[in-house]
Design a protein around this ligand. Structure first.
Ligand SMILES: NC(=O)c1ccc[n+]([C@@H]2O[C@H](COP(=O)([O-])OP(=O)(O)OC[C@H]3O[C@@H](n4cnc5c(N)ncnc54)[C@H](OP(=O)(O)O)[C@@H]3O)[C@@H](O)[C@H]2O)c1
Length: 338
């Protein structure tokens, strides 16, 4: 009996590892996927580094907005897009932490045009105040990267009473995008990148209990919110047809960042397997690729990982679920968005 249990546990761990690292292993095999993207390592020498965006596109004269840009993948995305000459607006809930990160970017790149603005995605008043100021002061928005996220936090609610994962990862970004989409259409060609996750595979939208009030599992709440990201990108892409504003979702890879801060188990897991994880810089590559690559200029509603098209779970391809989630999101936020 004990032996059987050990075999089952062992198989479980192997399955989890394969699921987590499969995209990196695949990209490690597919060296040279296209002209501007290669499945090669990025400085760290790890086979798990994943795809690299090698597009030479300059962003001189372009304005980029990145949420959650004070740390992790968001900060590295900000640095890389600043290197390309963009004016980068880092939307952070903690302005002091944001300013520290902006200062470190400026230290590495003295001519970087980086600005920090306050945005708490767990508070719709903060999102509205941010957007109002932004629209009053910024004339163009060419790239919006919905990057900020929380994972596996204890049951908490946003200021507006939404469960934290769905509230920050999906609803906060949904509202932000709705408030900025007019400016993006006027700035077209423009792109939106929604940072989702492989975790969307394990999620489903629990319309009967979106805020997990009946039962709460922090992992499943995260997966639900990441599935919502994929569905949002698909539905938004459908609605943006003909506007020259595109939107795609990405899985950044399994990245050694602060994301695991709420889960001791995940923190231990990420520490033990850190050799197999991407650095934040490596994790930023697919967001950067979707934001700049010439060949994606008309690609919308797709999902990417390792700078290449990626598999979307069946529940992430359901047009009906996407439309329903859109309607429910508008209702919860008290907005109309056709
Ligand atoms: N790391 C991975 O393995 C992995 C895998 C798949 C997908 N992703 C996705 O990648 C994205 C970036 O994650 P990361 O790994 O870079 O994690 P991270 O280092 O923890 O960064 C998350 C960012 O989101 C910000 N944020 C959290 N709550 C916010 C709120 N209410 N308002 C505004 N900003 C808020 C954080 O700000 P504070 O620093 O102030 O908390 C931080 O800047 C997330 O969407 C995540 O789901 C990550």
């Amino acid at each position: 009996m004990m032996l059987l249990l050990l075999i089952v546990a062992g198989l479980g761990v192997v399955t989890l590892l394969v699921i987590l690292f499969a995209p990196h292993i695949r990209s490690g095999l597919l060296v040279g996927q296209n002209e501007h993207c290669e499945g090669v390592t990025l400085g760290s020498g790890k086979y798990a580094a994943g795809g690299v965006c090698r597009s030479p596109v300059s962003l001189e004269g372009k304005t980029v907005l990145i949420t959650g840009a004070n740390t992790g993948i968001g900060k590295e995305t900000a640095l890389e897009l600043a290197v390309r000459g963009a004016r980068v607006i880092m939307a952070c809930r903690d302005v002091d932490k944001g300013e520290e990160s902006a200062a470190s970017i400026r230290a590495a790149l003295p001519h970087a045009q980086v600005e920090v603005r306050e945005l708490d995605l767990a508070d719709t008043c903060s999102i509205r105040a941010f957007a109002q100021k932004f629209l009053g002061e910024v004339n163009h928005l060419h790239v919006l990267i919905n990057n900020a996220g929380v994972m596996m936090c204890p049951y908490t609610k946003t200021i507006d009473g939404f469960e934290m994962h769905i509230g920050v990862n999906h609803l906060g970004h949904f509202l932000l995008t709705s408030l900025l989409i007019g400016l993006m259409k006027r700035s077209a060609p423009a792109r939106i990148v929604v940072v989702s996750s492989l975790a969307h595979n394990f999620g489903w939208i629990r319309f009967h209990d979106l805020h997990s009030q009946g039962s709460y599992n922090s992992g499943l709440a995260y997966c639900q919110s990441k599935l919502a990201n994929v569905l949002f990108a698909r539905e938004l892409a459908r609605r943006l047809k003909g506007t020259n504003v595109t939107v795609n979702s990405v899985h950044p890879g399994t990245v050694n960042s602060d994301l695991t801060r709420h889960s001791t188990l995940m923190t231990i897991f990420f520490t033990v397997f850190s050799t197999f994880l991407k650095t934040p810089r490596e994790g930023a590559q697919t967001s950067i690729y979707c934001a700049v690559a010439d060949e994606l200029h008309s690609i919308s509603g797709k999902h990417f990982s390792d700078c290449a098209p990626a598999f979307v779970a069946p529940q992430g391809r359901s047009e009906e679920t996407a439309r329903r989630l859109w309607a429910v999101s508008c209702e919860l936020l008290g907005i109309e968005w056709d």
